[in-house]
Design a binder for this molecule. Sequence first.
Ligand SMILES: C[S@@+](CC[C@H](N)C(=O)[O-])C[C@H]1O[C@@H](n2cnc3c(N)ncnc32)[C@H](O)[C@@H]1O
Length: 280
Amino acid sequence: MNAPTTSPIMAALTDEEFQKIAAIASEEAGLSIPDSKRSLVQSRISRRLRHLRLPTCRDYLQLLSDAPSEKRELVSILTTNVSSFYRESHHFEFLRKTIFPSIPTRLNQGDRVRFWSAGCSSGEEPYTLAIELLKAIPEAASSDLLILASDIDPKILERAKTGTYSPSAVDTIAPEDRKKFLTASSDDDEMFSVGDELRNLVRFRELNLHATWPMRHPFDVIMCRNVVIYFDEHRQRELWPRFREMLVPGGRLILGHSERIHPIESSGFTTESVTVYRRT
Ligand SMILES: C[S@@+](CC[C@H](N)C(=O)[O-])C[C@H]1O[C@@H](n2cnc3c(N)ncnc32)[C@H](O)[C@@H]1O
């Protein structure tokens, strides 16, 4: 970001400005921004103002009302994109033991097999899934098996599509898998790029979880990890039946470590493992 050094420091957000920003984030992306995040919001808006060379948050709010496309930028700067390869690795263990064994037979029968990484951020989650699938089911590469990887933030999706990661980011991938599925980046040989075998399994799409979903076919597994934690309870509750509808009978929904389907009793899911839910 090319911030001019002479730009003034933004005045602290007023209550009203903070409420307006939080309301737009909630409307656009379902994000719940509590008062405790105020200084974070302040610093991210301040950076955006410097970039746009706008003097005050009032000018920025005016821009948000004049140019709806800026609302997407706002969502982009307010979302948390932290991710990593093999994050919460017990979920991949679960997939290896419970889900993958039946896939080859299904593929041989001509069934389609679909995974969805909903809120995929910079791509580590779908690419980890692709590594694990190719290791367990080498024929996945030439079968009707795909991973949809979606996110609301077009910028982070561009990074995910690039599929280039620093040495420390790929540290959690076993050396033999790194060697097999990643290559030295063509732009910078210090960096790693995911290889074509992984790329071919993943389809990236921009998608707001609170908008209409264009997918027509159900998924075997939906991973929506460390995403709904940023939504308020009402928005979370709206999602459970929608995820259920997008799963095959017996399909699994996998959430992040601090996320739970609540209330579980009336959700049409049962708990199968740690933050793994099975469609009943
Ligand atoms: C912390 S990352 C999680 C990445 C990955 N699932 C993981 O667990 O490592 C959260 C992602 O959710 C995305 N997100 C936030 N609100 C969203 C929405 N309404 N629709 C779709 N994605 C959203 C953000 O852009 C961000 O990339």
